[in-house]
Design a protein around this ligand. Sequence first.
Ligand SMILES: [Zn+2]
Length: 319
Amino acid sequence: MKGNWEIAGVSVKPGSKLQEYIKVDGTDEFMPVTFINGENEGKTVLITSGIHGGEYEGIHAAIEIAESMQPDDISGQVMIIHPVSVSTFRAREENITPADGKNLNRVFPPDKDGTLTDKIAWTLWDKFMSKADFHIDMHGCFSDWITPHVYYTGVCDEDVCAQAKAAAELINVPYMVKSVATTGAYNYGGMQGIPGILIERGHSNLLSDADVRLYKRDVKNVLCHLGLLKGDAEQPIIRPVDVVDLTYVNTNVKEPACWHPKIRINNEFLKGDVIGEVRDFFGNVLETTYAEFDGIALYMMGMMPIEPGGFEICYAKVK
Ligand SMILES: [Zn+2]
């Protein structure tokens, strides 16, 4: 007989679901969390949204998954956080915690004695990630346009990377990336032996139901693949292909100016194509950005104001 699931200071009986606010250690902050404990044994999966509090489709999808998923549906344990950073969400910021100006997905490994963002990271790791067999992290963009894509843990043991990649292949997006980063939540999890994926879908505060539906389908697919949900994973409508050589371009212009993109997301472009221009407030072109190789935009600035040294685009090469 399966016992209670002791997790994050709560006890969840087999065949039951619990929705609780879990305190961020050493602060007055909380995270809204749904715990679902199936009757039968199985893996433990962590689903996070709102590590960046202004990436709404992932948060919306996580809330709906938490609402609809029932203990009878699963073998194993699922924990869903919606969102991880409540203060960033409330501030209508994309990814900066107002209290300390830090980006939660850049502070791993976590420092439990640091400022609020560090404490959120620590709590996320200590209470949730470290107890999981797999981590699904849902993101998106706020001020950038995005071509939907998925990252899988890459700085980790080969076996961990292979498990993450097998899940990434089930995500309904055109592109996937083997991550080389180490400072994000799922990256750190990978380094500690927990495979994970980060999905990028939804942008520009569109609050798109179509994106939410696709997100829910992605999560369902991964949970089927991991044996938590009954049935086989649905074959993706599109299969992601690997992209490499991620290239991040920032403007060299040293004054506040205007960004005029010349390409769009979801479109391929050729070496030498104009990606965009930075113009002054009188329309004079200060800088033109050209593609260094044939590629696709993973995400790019989707707002007109651009600050000195500001971000223009991240693009990549189809492998
Ligand atoms: Zn994000």
